[in-house]
Design a protein around this ligand. Sequence first.
Ligand code: FPP
Length: 249
Amino acid sequence: MSPAAPKGAEHVGQAGAGTVPRHVAIIMDGNGRWAEKRGLPRVAGHRAGAEAVRRAMQAAVDHGVEVLTLYAFSSENWRRSDEEIADLTGLMRFYLDRELDRLMKEGVRLRLIGDHSAFGQDLVERLEAAVARTANNNRLTLVVALNYGSRSEIAEAARRLAVKAAAGELDPGQLDETSLAAELQTHGLPELDLLIRTSGEVRLSNFLLWQAAYAELLFLDMLWPDFDETAFADAMERFASRQRRFGGR
Ligand code: FPP
């Protein structure tokens, strides 16, 4: 383990050659451009993107990944048109209705990060019911980031620690990385090993800034709706080969 790694966080980089990442996160970018290239409305790109979500989830299960975290809706996405927001939330509702049985069959536990309470009551209820129904599944944890922003997550963690310190429950002198990580919404999940972004953009866009500290970063030129089993397997291979180089030094 590297000296600065948070306590208790096993980083997979040290586990040896050919390792499967325990925790993979994806910034699913390029739905709009995929649709535009075909002369289709943006919603068609999001629909195709939802199919890619299904493939990525299945591939993660098949490869033995423990956690797959997907950036489905950022806190900045509220700036999009009302129509596009309605399309995206409608699609999530549809996806949940259609895919819940599959999540159960494949042993997938759903967990949410971000503030999903900002969405309509109907979607909130469906999301929470899906989280409750899948709570005992243990093959893959699918973390969906909804109305998520990393800086606000970190600020909120700091605020909670300050409240505890003010209440005398915590000695500020003892505050360290482990105490802050324990207040993040990703608490209890394995360290992020691999972060993928599609569409050729080379940015983190306020996603998992703290968690990505030791992650391998993979920026792919393909648009999200084109991401498939082969792309996932290729990402796994590239991760393993980077780890091998790391271990050989
Ligand atoms: C980025 O493409 C994608 C999104 C903002 C949303 C991701 C949503 C889905 C894949 C569909 C539903 C989600 C789930 C979990 C079922 P973009 O619109 O920013 O593409 P662009 O940059 O080419 O315009």
